[in-house]
Design a protein around this ligand. Structure first.
Ligand code: ZN
Length: 203
């Protein structure tokens, strides 16, 4: 399986990192080894002193497809989740400054937290989902999929022009504002529509 991630999909987060608003979705991949093992803490990697949390709504693909039109994209997933795109912001900054790929800063072991999955039909419309990340009992990121620049179905259509989507592939749909560093002993809790989908301790 592959993990396809979208960058810069919420205007408020683009502003907080002083990035330019993209004309097309920003796309990058994480290897499957980036997925955090269930029940394990997140270990801050030795190569970074500034690892940030990015809470993101996730979509799991359930049919093979390519060149999918937006209007048919809803047929390619029936589960929605929530996760964290952990990012070594210091290393990412160095790589961005040199125009180099981000993978080392975003694809390391444990950098993709994948929470519990919820059936799409048990939820409100996918473009109206509220979600939040709590760090040590304080909400640090809170948003709604209505604020995405590119909606879930548009993202599926866009990425499937480049990559064949296969059963089990996961799309990280981008983070809203409020990203910030994690430190040992932090506890991160993610909720979608008030349901807790992950709880992870930082070491
Ligand atoms: Zn992200």
């Amino acid at each position: 399986m592959k993990i396809i991630c979208i960058g810069r999909n919420y205007t408020d987060h683009i502003k907080e990192l002083s990035n330019e608003k993209p004309t097309d979705p920003v796309v990058f991949l994480k290897p499957d080894t980036a997925i955090a093992l269930k029940g394990q803490p997140f270990f801050i990697p030795e190569f970074s002193k500034d690892v940030h949390h990015e809470v993101e709504v996730l979509v799991r693909i359930n049919r093979i497809g390519k060149h999918i039109q937006s209007k048919f994209a809803h047929k390619y997933y029936d589960e929605i989740g929530l996760g964290i795109d952990f990012t070594a912001r210091d290393l990412q900054g160095e790589l961005k400054a040199k125009g180099l790929p981000w993978e080392k800063a975003k694809g390391f072991d444990g950098a993709a937290v994948v929470g519990k999955w919820l059936k799409k039909d048990s939820l409100p419309a996918v473009d109206q989902l509220s979600f939040e990340l709590e760090k040590n009992n304080t909400v640090v990121q809170s948003s709604n999929t209505a604020l995405m620049l590119w909606k879930i179905d548009e993202l599926i259509s866009y990425v499937s022009q480049f990559f064949t989507l296969k059963i089990g592939d996961i799309i990280f749909t981008g983070t809203p504002a409020g990203v910030g560093p994690v430190a040992p002993n932090d506890v991160l809790v993610g909720r979608l529509e008030d349901q807790e989908l992950f709880r992870i301790k930082v070491k």
